[in-house]
Design a protein around this ligand. Structure first.
Ligand SMILES: [Zn+2]
Length: 418
């Protein structure tokens, strides 16, 4: 069976270091003024909405830009703005008007329904207001930025007098992975300003080699499934690959649990000590500790999810099975084992696993967690836990989490009729 390829878009958020925050703010203001002008103009020419976005943009430009012979059109807008920034603004305006119209239409449909139900409901009617100002982040089309590398980008900004190019440093957080390479398509970045903090958001489009749905995938021959059980031991996770006849192909214990526990406990102990010593303890005082905890957690969540994916790709496995953990169970778990423990990281690992897997053409399926730990993989007999070991009623024994991971893989095979 042929696999079907597809695309995946993700946004990298990168810190932008600039000495020209005011220029960025200038440019943002000009950009948003342009959005507002075209937004209002489009309301006067709603028939343009029947056109494609590209043609709609063209018509709006015809109305506002001098012709080649220098003639000013009817709605000429006096503006000093680079073409590509103007075009980004026009497209943004078109988007806003389109969604306004959609909302308006939906409301009219709802109003009709309401009238049918009762005439008394008029008080609850929400009026849709047209926007009077915009605060959109600057969207950089090609022509507004150039030379985008791992650590720098050159952007065009208005310095108060003219438009100039500014080479600007960018930096990714250490534990985040950002790879702008030849295999990805970089979509238009935007500059997001939050007070003094300036971020560059870069959407990246990657091709995914296989987006075949799981149901179809599971019908293929020689299918392999990797079952994953999470644990609170030195192993964050135990991964076992089974073939469709439930034979074990390969297993891996993803270690580092104790290392993570030690690292976080050292910091937690420091926080505790500070709390005891200082009378007025505030979250803000210990912000860097909480940030450190978060960074460590993030580092391990990335590391573990990456190792799981590598294990699967190295063994040609395109399906991962994990046990479903309902919110309340997970909360109970959190209280019982405490925060910043390997099992506490389960949720984040799963989140990262999800998108990393998808990028690699691997799909994740969830199975019910009932009996995944309490039955013996070999004979389905009842299991007793003794530390990290299990012993079943018929005498089979082994690693408790290894047994679970196999059961989780089996549940997946069963779920799809294997
Ligand atoms: Zn057994």
């Amino acid at each position: 069976m042929q696999s079907k390829s597809g695309f995946y878009t993700t946004t990298y958020k990168i810190r932008l270091y600039t000495n020209h925050l005011n220029y960025i703010k200038n440019t943002e203001a000009i950009y948003n003024e342009a959005i507002l002008k075209y937004y209002n103009l489009l309301f006067d020419n709603l028939e343009f909405l029947n056109l494609s976005n590209q043609n709609c943009l063209r018509e709006l430009e015809k109305l506002t830009i001098k012709s080649k012979t220098g003639e000013k059109p009817k709605d000429y807008i006096e503006q000093d703005i680079p073409m590509y920034l103007r075009r980004a603004a026009i497209n943004q305006a078109i988007g806003y008007v389109r969604s306004y119209q959609t909302a308006l239409n939906n409301q009219m449909v709802n109003d009709d329904l309401n009238k049918k139900i009762s005439n008394e409901n008029k008080k609850t009617k929400i009026t849709l207001n047209k926007a009077t100002a915009f605060h959109s982040p600057i969207l950089l089309y090609k022509g507004m930025y150039k030379d985008l590398y791992e650590d720098s980008i050159t952007i065009k900004l208005f310095d108060g007098e003219s438009w100039r190019w500014f080479p600007t440093k960018i930096k990714t957080a250490k534990n985040k992975e950002t790879k702008i390479n030849e295999n990805v398509e970089v979509l238009s970045p935007s500059i997001v300003v939050k007070k003094e903090l300036v971020m560059l958001h870069i959407p990246i489009k990657e091709e995914i080699e296989d987006v075949t749905p799981i149901k179809i995938r599971m019908q293929q021959e020689n299918i392999l499934v990797c079952g994953i059980s999470f644990s609170n031991t030195d192993s964050f996770a135990v991964c076992t690959i089974l073939d469709e006849n439930k034979n074990i192909i390969k297993a891996k214990f993803i270690k580092g649990g104790n290392e993570y526990r030690n690292a976080t406990h050292t910091i937690l102990a420091k926080i505790k000590k500070h709390k005891q010593n200082s009378q007025k303890f505030t979250q803000r005082d210990h912000k860097h500790y909480w940030e450190k905890l978060n960074n460590i957690s993030d580092y391990y969540a990335h590391k573990v999810s990456k190792e799981i994916i590598n294990f699967c790709t190295d063994n040609n496995t395109k399906i991962i099975s994990i046990a479903d953990m309902e919110e309340d169970v997970s909360k109970h778990f959190g209280k019982k084992v405490g925060k910043y423990t390997p099992i506490y990281l389960r949720k984040r690992i799963t989140q990262y696993l999800q998108y990393k897997a998808f990028k690699q053409g691997i799909l994740i399926t969830r199975v019910r967690r009932n009996y995944t730990a309490s039955k013996c993989y070999i004979c389905r007999g009842e299991v007793k836990r003794d530390g990290n070991k299990y012993i079943c009623e018929n005498g089979h024994q082994g690693d408790y989490f290894f047994n679970s991971s196999m059961n989780i893989a089996v549940m997946c095979l069963k779920k799809f009729g294997k």
